[in-house]
Design a protein around this ligand. Structure first.
Ligand code: FES
Length: 144
């Protein structure tokens, strides 16, 4: 049976979510594996959001925000970037491949880029196979 990955995408409302919406309204085709969660700003993405996603069965997590300099809350995306690098190291310690977490800047007009991003990330996750977090589960469940 073909592996059908589950991907959680946290999308900033002002740019990335609108970009994803544009991809949809423009009828661009992209892989249906992404569950989009709209947030006000990428700076709002708590590390626990990512860890919980993996704990609850996500095979990949995508973080998207406004381009640098375009954040509606001044520097939320810079905060997100710093957390992203820390989280990448952290999940590796948990036994989760760093490639399962991705950060991209998508503007409201970049529907095509969003569709391409979803397709390429889905392909990456398919190649990695299902996320094996069993060893990490016990530790992750202590994080609430
Ligand atoms: S408002 Fe989009 S990243 Fe901050």
């Amino acid at each position: 049976m073909e592996f059908n990955p589950q991907i959680i995408a946290f999308l900033c409302k002002w740019c990335s979510y609108t970009g994803a919406d544009l991809a949809g309204t423009s009828r661009m085709e992209y892989q249906p594996n992404v569950r989009a969660i709209r947030i006000m700003c990428s700076g709002r993405i708590e590390p626990t959001f990512v860890l919980r996603s993996f704990r609850q069965g996500a095979d990949g997590v995508l973080l998207c925000g406004c381009h640098p300099g375009d954040c509606h809350y001044q520097e939320g995306n810079y905060r997100c970037l710093r957390r992203f690098y820390l989280l990448k190291k952290y999940i590796q310690q948990m036994g989760i491949e760093a490639e399962r977490l991705k950060l991209e800047w998508i503007s409201a007009s970049e529907g095509k880029q969003f569709a391409e991003l979803v397709n390429s990330f889905t392909q990456t996750i398919k190649e990695l196979g299902p996320c094996k977090v069993k060893g990490a589960m016990e530790i992750l469940t202590q994080i609430q």
